[in-house]
Design a protein around this ligand. Structure first.
Ligand code: ZN
Length: 657
């Protein structure tokens, strides 16, 4: 582990808080030190209050802030004096502590300070850094881990037994380890939890963290437990989407809400999921209780979700026994699944949640493997882990209910999504919390949206192998499919029937009709497993009810597609799948319409472009966004009792009416 400190970069950050921001980001840059909001940092300063009187403040990382990207306003200024008094109390409940921390804020608009506020306040140094370094966790989580830590660091660090984070940790620290800190102490190792370093400058504290973690890595390396042998890649079945969707359906049932499932199938993960000693090493508990709310205490081995849920309820009941107000509704679904065929799966309430859980467990695998190589992984007892889990669950109870986006935990696939109506559909579905896969011939599809909930895939919709591969990728990224939006289509230049080439006719039918049949056939088994039931939306056309001369191929293809959708409604209603169509007209903000084309069409009608765009009964301009919002509505509860519906989005058209 090397220091990333750069004097030139550091100079761009003014004052103690600026230095704090810079060093925090350096810490955040290394995922083996802190991951996704883990770890925290602080700096103590003296600032004048509104009366001009000097006041001692602790600037502490706001709860949930990410060290990678933190800014000055991500730190909460807390008055130091009340914090030090609080640390001296005999008892302090979580609710009381949360309130007192807010009361002690020098700025009421600041974020909620991290629960480690009292600990940071109690450390007699200006700068404090706290990480959950993988290497230290690997050593600490072994038989005789404490002795190993003492052997590595000698008198350079104070070693502290595990105490639950929050008030109890701060109190235990003040009464014990704080008294052992001397002039030469570099930091504190919290067994089964992490490392704290401190210093008079941001650099001193940061460099001490790097140096301490480097010594842990070197120790592991000397014992052949640092470099992990990457096993040979194992071939997996190429077709897993149905098995994944079935597993996701079970997980969603257990959780009582749609869940996303993200596959991790690298050689290391697969080899881990296939280890003979998996039950022994993976069922002990997390590498630090801090991860428990994302990963649950242990993963599910195999696919018996119901069995896991039953056992989890039993565990919560047993641990919470004697509690005056037992936890009412605990979601008993696992968050990590290890399966010899599917590899390691991260389960989340949305895409971001699944990504975080995946990252945390990916590091967990490495820590467990290193601890195993060192002599055997030993996690904390279930009781200690449960205390933290219970504490998080308690906090969740205090949170205000509601506010979940409509499609949270659901998956949509949109064809022809690089521009126009397709792109607008992706945006509307993302905005409602869905994970969305966008397909297009354009290579730009891969980067159309920058969002963990978005996956863009290049796909020729007329190539069945590519379509199947897209469904497979969808299932591995998100676990299944809930919504299918059939949008990809082509509109050839106008030609009377007598001049229409058969090749053009076939090409239009191939894209606008045949390709959609391929999508529907392959989507059906996935949609039938959707937790909230499958939905299909077809982007039709005004040409279905009101065809135009010169558009024979286009109009015929759209009309045939419309009839196909009606058959889908008849055949798939028994699976709870509904299908509805929109018939847009004159949507000009699409790739089909260039400025020149618009101008020439407007001229043809003797109109201005503006007037031409509103050439409908309501005199409104119909945009891709209008169509996309209707598509999203059709996927939502508003259309729960509607199938085979056809809705015009054309501003009103006499021929359609
Ligand atoms: Zn911590």
């Amino acid at each position: 582990m090397r220091s990333l400190w750069d004097d030139r970069e550091a100079r761009a950050h003014d004052g103690p808080l600026g230095q704090r921001v810079y060093a925090s980001r350096l810490l955040g840059r290394d995922p083996s030190l802190v991951l996704h909001g883990g770890g925290n940092t602080s700096v103590k300063v003296v600032e004048p209050d509104i009366f001009g009187e000097p006041e001692r403040l602790l600037y502490l990382k706001g709860s949930g802030r990410d060290l990678r990207t933190i800014d000055a306003d991500g730190f909460a200024p807390v008055r130091l004096a009340p914090l030090l008094r609080l640390a001296g109390l005999e008892v302090l409940s979580d609710v009381d502590m949360g309130r007192e921390l807010r009361k002690a804020l020098a700025d009421p608009a600041a974020p909620q300070p991290s629960v480690e506020a009292l600990l940071h306040a109690s450390i007699p140094a200006a700068f404090v850094d706290h990480s959950h370094a993988d290497a230290v966790l690997a050593i600490s989580n072994t038989e005789g881990g404490e002795a190993r830590i003492r052997e590595i660091y000698g008198d350079d660090v104070v070693v502290m037994s595990y105490v639950m984070p929050g008030f109890r940790l701060a109190k235990a620290f003040v009464e014990g380890p704080a008294r052992q800190i001397g002039a030469d102490t570099l930091g504190v190792v919290l067994l089964h939890h992490g490392v704290i370093t401190f210093g008079e400058s941001a650099r001193e504290s940061y460099e001490r963290m790097i140096a301490l973690v480097d010594r842990a890595e070197a120790y592991l390396d000397r014992r052949g437990a640092w470099v992990l042998a990457v096993p040979q890649p194992v071939p997996l079945p190429g077709n897993q989407r149905l098995e994944l969707a079935r597993l996701r359906a079970d997980l969603s049932r257990a959780a009582g809400r749609p869940m996303l499932v993200r596959s991790h199938q690298g050689p290391l993960e697969i080899a881990f999921a296939r280890r003979d000693d998996l039950a022994e090493i993976a069922q002990q508990g997390p590498v630090t209780p801090d991860h428990v709310i994302r990963t649950k205490r242990v993963p599910l081995l195999g696919r018996d979700v119901e069995g896991y849920a039953l056992a989890y309820r039993g565990y919560v009941q047993e641990m919470a026994a004697g509690d005056a107000e037992p936890l009412a509704e605990v979601d008993p679904a696992p968050r990590v699944v290890l399966d010899p065929e599917l590899g390691f799966l991260a389960v989340g309430t949305d895409a971001e949640d699944a990504v975080v859980t995946g990252d945390l467990y990916r590091h967990t695998i490495e820590v467990i493997l290193r601890a195993t190589a060192l002599g055997g992984y030993r996690a904390l007892p279930a009781r200690d882990v449960f205390e933290v889990e219970y504490w998080y669950l308690e906090q969740a109870k205090l949170r205000r209910p509601g506010g979940d986006p409509e499609f949270r935990g659901e998956v949509a696939l949109v064809t022809g999504a690089a521009s126009g109506i397709g792109k607008a559909c992706v945006a509307s579905l993302l905005e409602r919390g869905a994970a969305v896969v966008g397909l297009d011939l354009q290579a730009s599809i891969e980067t159309t949206f920058d969002d963990p909930a978005y996956l863009g895939l290049v796909c020729d919709v007329t190539d069945e192998a590519q379509v199947e591969a897209a469904f497979e990728r969808t299932a591995r990224a998100f676990g299944g499919l809930d919504m299918l939006v059939l949008n990809a289509g082509i509109f050839p230049p106008a030609k009377p029937i007598v001049e229409l080439e058969p090749a053009t006719w076939r090409r239009v039918m191939g894209v606008n009709l045949d390709a959609n049949l391929t999508f529907l056939r392959h989507a059906h088994p996935l949609l039938a497993l959707a937790p909230h039931r499958g939905r299909v939306v077809v982007i039709g056309s005004k040409n279905v009810p009101a065809p135009g001369p010169g558009a024979a191929a286009y109009s015929a293809s759209k009309a045939a597609m419309n009839q196909l959708a009606r058959i889908v409604a008849l055949e798939w209603s028994r699976d709870g799948i509904r299908i509805n169509s929109v018939h847009p007209d004159a949507v000009f903000d699409t790739a089909l319409w260039t400025e020149e084309l618009l101008a020439s069409r407007a001229k043809h009608y003797g109109m201005t472009v503006e007037a031409y765009k509103r050439k409908n009964l309501l005199r409104v301009e119909v945009t891709s966004h209008h169509v996309a919002e209707m598509v999203a509505a059709m996927c939502g509860s508003l259309f729960a009792c509607t199938t085979a519906g056809q809705v015009p989005i054309d501003g009103g058209n006499e021929r359609v009416i």
